[in-house]
Design a protein around this ligand. Structure first.
Ligand code: A2P
Length: 276
């Protein structure tokens, strides 16, 4: 496993397991347990995924020491709009049944509210119940806005990022501000985008060259870009496959070929225009 050191000195695995869409109960518990058995040590959930209870249960029952697992969860938009950030954090912690969270991030930048939410996260960080705080779906202008009043920069910004949306300017902006970039939907998220990425000449050729799947090529590209990545899968073969990306490397030329697939094409909502 490769690790990234966040701006407050803590280490985070570069590859994690995303649990969006896993149903609270046996499906989520068993899938997260399988991911941990496979070797994943970073799990990414959110209050909005409605599966924090099961994620916490799987972690507690995994037999792996709590401090060997990096757990991320996210502040929901409702609590952000209502200004009940501390209560939302406490509720996540209670549902997870854990003593602390490794990374707590603002899920979406709700206009008129994300500034106060960031200041509330800074306070939560001071409470010692979270090891790092960050943001998600923030564009450069959202970061510029919180920068005016922040005591410190977010540790990380989790954004939609895949070969059709490489986000190079935002990655550079984040790095200039000491903020680690992280990819959600690293495989493209929805089927049509994923198909286009997986069947592109660049990704297909590299999959053949390295005897890897297209998904493994894309995840390896993430890691070599220095981007933390959290593929989601509910399927044991694909969970295993997505973990096995540390036994080969892409050349700089091959990295450039994947970068060139960029079309600034989103599969998910636009952070400047969402209504949930
Ligand atoms: P499944 O859960 O059936 O494996 P992303 O993380 O980019 O949002 O992608 C998640 C989607 O990609 C899910 O639909 C997931 O389906 C699918 N997926 C995850 N890993 C792989 C893989 N290695 N190959 C093909 N599809 C994958």
């Amino acid at each position: 496993m490769k690790f990234i050191t966040l701006n407050n000195g803590i280490n985070m695995p570069m590859l994690g397991f995303g649990v969006y869409g896993l149903e609270e109960g046996a499906q989520c518990v068993n899938t997260v347990r399988f991911a941990i058995e496979t070797g994943y040590r970073s799990i990414d959930t959110a209050s909005g995924y409605d599966n924090e209870k099961s994620v916490g249960q799987a972690i507690r029952e995994s037999g792996v020491a709590r401090d060997d697992i990096f757990l991320t969860t996210k502040l929901g938009n409702g609590a952000q709009r209502e200004g009940t950030v501390q209560a939302a954090f406490d509720e996540s912690l209670a549902k997870l049944g854990l003593d602390y969270i490794d990374l707590y991030i603002i899920h979406w930048p709700c206009p008129g509210h994300f500034e106060a939410a960031w200041l509330a996260l800074e306070k939560i960080q001071a409470s010692g119940k979270v090891r790092a705080v960050g943001v998600s779906n923030f564009q450069a202008h959202h970061i510029e806005t919180i920068k005016k009043t922040w005591a410190f920069a977010p540790a990380l910004n989790q954004i939609e990022l895949h070969p059709l949306l490489t986000q190079k300017p935002l990655i550079n902006f984040c790095r200039e501000n000491g903020i680690a970039p992280q990819a959600w939907s690293p495989l493209g998220g929805n089927r049509p985008l994923q198909e286009r990425i997986f069947t592109s000449p660049a990704v297909s050729r590299l999959a053949e060259k390295y005897s890897k799947s297209p998904a493994q090529i894309v995840l390896r590209w993430n890691i070599e870009c220095g981007v933390v990545t959290i593929p989601k899968s509910a399927n044991e073969d694909r969970i295993t496959q997505n973990f096995n990306i540390f036994d080969f490397a892409l050349t700089p030329q091959e990295m450039t070929e994947i970068d060139a697939l960029n079309e600034n094409l989103r599969g998910g909502p636009d952070p400047d225009n969402f209504n949930f």
